[in-house]
Design a protein around this ligand. Sequence first.
Ligand code: WTA
Length: 629
Amino acid sequence: MAESFAVKLEEKRYLPDPQCRTNAWVPDYSQAYGEFMRDPEGFWENVARELVWFEPWDRVREWNYPYAKWFVNGKLNITASCLDRHVAAGRKEKPAIVWHGESGEKRILTYEALQREVMRFANGLKSLGVGKGDRVCIYMPLVPEQIVAMLACARIGAVHSVVFGGFGPDALAMRINDAGAKVLVTADVGYRRGKTVPLREIANEAIRHTPSVERVVVLRRESPGAGLDPAREVDYAALTGEAAPDCPPEVMDSEDPLFILYTSGSTGAPKGIVHTCGGYMVGTYYTARHDFDIKETDVFWCTADPGWITGHSYIVYGPLAVGTTVVIAEGTPDYPDPGAYWRLVQDLGVTIFYTAPTAIRMFMRYGDEWPAKYDLSTLRVLGSVGEPLNPEAFEWYYRTIGGERCPIVDTWWQTETGMHMITTMVGEPMKPGFAGKPIPGAVVDVVDRTGKPVPPGTGGFLVIREPWPAMLRTVHGNDERYCAYWKTIPGCYTTGDLAVKDEDGYIMVLGRADDLIVVAGHNIGTAEVESALVSHDAVAEAAVIGKPDPLKGNVIKAFVTLRVGVSPGDGLTDDLARHVRKSLGPVAVPAEIEFMDRLPKTRSGKIMRRVLKARELGMDPGDISTLEE
Ligand code: WTA
C-alpha cells in the first residue's frame, strides 16, 4: 500500500441560500461539532432520549478496543421508534411509504397501515416457528412487503439478512448458508425494464443447497398465482390474512443483533456485517434527520434498494425513525424513458432526493432535456452516496436538478459504518469534489500508515478514530475479519479508502486504497484520473486500472463511455490525454484509452475495476456475483 502523497486540490465553493442555514436543524456546524467533541457521550445520549426505550441504559458507551457497546443494558425495539411512536403521536394518517411500480401503479401505506402490516407479518413469522435470534433471509423486489418483512423481523427480534433481488442463486445460497437462515421470504417475480425477474425460481434453485431453510414465504404478484409446494412454501397473503393483528414488540437489548448484511470485500468471500439494535437506531435517526434536514412535511426519496446498506439506513430505519414520508420505486431510472425519475419527483412532490453518482452521470449522459420537461421546484435538498461525486457531476446535479437552489449533501459512509460519517451539512459552503467534514458524532482523520495525521493537501488513509453508535459489531462467524478493521493502522478503524483534507478540514475521498496505481513511483488514485476524464465534454463515465509495465511498474489504462451523440472520432484519444495532462500532470496520463458502450458495475452502481483488470490481463476475475450484467 501507498505512503502519503501530494494531491492537487482545486478550490471552488458554492454558498447555499442563507435561508437553508437559518432553517436547518443544525444551523451552525462548527458549534454542533464543538459540542460533540466536548462531551461525546452526552451528545449521543441527548439524541437517544428522543427515541423510545423500554428501559434506560446504564452507560452510554463501553469501549474495549476493538469492541464497543452503546447504550449498555438499554432495552428497546427499533419498530417502537419507527412505527408505534408515530401512530401514537399524530402521524397515524401520514403516508409512511409511497410505492411506485414500473408501469405506473401506486400504493400508499400510512404509518398506521404499515404498523398493522408489520404486526401481521410478524405474527405470521412466529407461526412458522421464527423467534428471537433466528435468521430470516429476505430476497424480494422493491415492494412495500420487502420493508414490512424487515420490520416484522425486527418486531420479534429475528435477525434479517436482506439479499438484493438482483443476485443469482449461488450468491443467494452462500448468504443463506453463512447466516444459517431458517426462513426465506421471497416473491414470485420482480419487474425490471418491463420484464419479469423470476425470483422464486432463483430462490428454489438456491435452497437446494441450503439445509437450514425450513420454509419459504412467497409473495405472489402475478395472476394467476403460481402453484406452491405445500410442504415448503407458504403464501404471503394467506399467512398474513390468518395472522392476529396485534403483535407487541419483543424487548431487545441494545447490543442484540438487528441484522446481517453482506458486503463484498476486495478479496475473499463476502462479509456478513453485523449491526445491533440500540446504537444503530440512534445513529441512523440522527443522521437521517440532521444530514438531510428532514422536516415534518418533507417527501423523502432514496433511490437505493433495501438490499443495500443505503436502503437499510436511509429508506427503512433512519427515515421511519424520524417519521417522514418515504418514496420507493421499483424498476430502473431510465425506464420507460430517461425522464422516469423526474416525472416521479414532480408527481409525488419529492422534496429530498438521495441517489448515487453513477445515476447522476447516467442522467448527464441523456442530456438536460429530460429533467427540463418536469417541474422539479419541490426539491429542497439533494444527496449523493456510494462513490466520489466528481466535480462535473456535482455541478450538473446542482444546476440542472437543484436549480442552483438545493444544497447537495455528499454523504461518505460504508456498510460497516451503518450511518453517514462525512458530509457537508445543509447550509454549509459546498466544495465540488469534497464530501465535506466529519458529521457531529464522528471523529475522522487522514493519516499515514502509522496513524499519524498527514498535513492538508497530502493524501493518506481515511480512518475513524473513535467508536460510533452505528458501527459494525463483528463480521458474522469471523471475528478475526472484524478485528482486522481496527488493527491495520494502530488504534484506528481503517476504512480502506484514500482521502485528502484541505486547509479548511474538508475531506475529498479519492477511492479505495486498493484502487491505487503506482506509476513510476507516483501514487495515483483511480478516482482522480477518472474524475479528470469525466470532466471532458465527450465523456460520460470512466474507469481506470493499472497495467503492469516493465519500465514504469504500472501504466494507466482507461475505459471510457461517451455521452449520447458523441462518437470516438479522430483525435479524441489525444484530446483526452491532453485533458488529463492539463489537470493532473503527465504522470497521470493514461497510456491506453479504450472506448466502451458500458462499464461493468455492481448492482449498487460501483464500477468493478477488478473485472476490467481481469479481462485486460487475462486473469480470473474472482467473485463476480455482484456484477450487474
Ligand atoms: C465508497 C455505501 C466517495 C467508499 C454507503 C466506501 C464513497 C464504499 C461515498 C462503501 C462518497 C461511499 N464519496 N466514496 N460519498 N460513499 N463511498 O459499503 O469507497 O456499499 O468505502 O456503502 O463506497 O460502500 P458500501
